[in-house]
Design a protein around this ligand. Structure first.
Ligand code: FES
Length: 107
């Protein structure tokens, strides 16, 4: 089973699971602040679930994800992915993109 690691904590998940779901299933949110309550629900339109892939496969962005990140006012580095679009297939280390902390409490 692949592991998602953030801040030194490892979360096991089924291969192919969506990163956002993996985080939520472990009482962690990729959102911060008000976006924990106000987000697109995983439809790749709000961009508030963005994470940076620090180590592990970056994978390919979905078309919706590419579209959303193309209009982002934030850093559009190649290792930025939307947690709602990223499928975990191997061990991966992430951090919240754009220097906002990953919330320890689920949305
Ligand atoms: S939850 Fe809105 S883009 Fe991922």
């Amino acid at each position: 089973m692949p592991e998602v690691t953030y801040r030194g904590i490892s979360l096991e998940c089924e291969s192919g699971a969506t990163l956002r779901t993996v985080l939520f299933n472990n009482a962690v949110s990729p959102h911060s602040g008000v976006t924990k309550a106000v987000n697109c629900g995983g439809n790749s339109t709000c961009g508030t679930c963005a994470v940076r892939i620090v180590d592990g496969p970056i994978g390919e962005r979905t078309v919706k994800e590419q579209t959303r990140l193309a209009v982002s006012t934030h850093d559009d580095a190649d290792n930025i992915r939307l947690a709602c679009q990223y499928r975990v297939t191997d061990d991966v280390v992430i951090e919240k993109a754009w220097d906002t902390p990953i919330s320890a409490d689920a949305a």
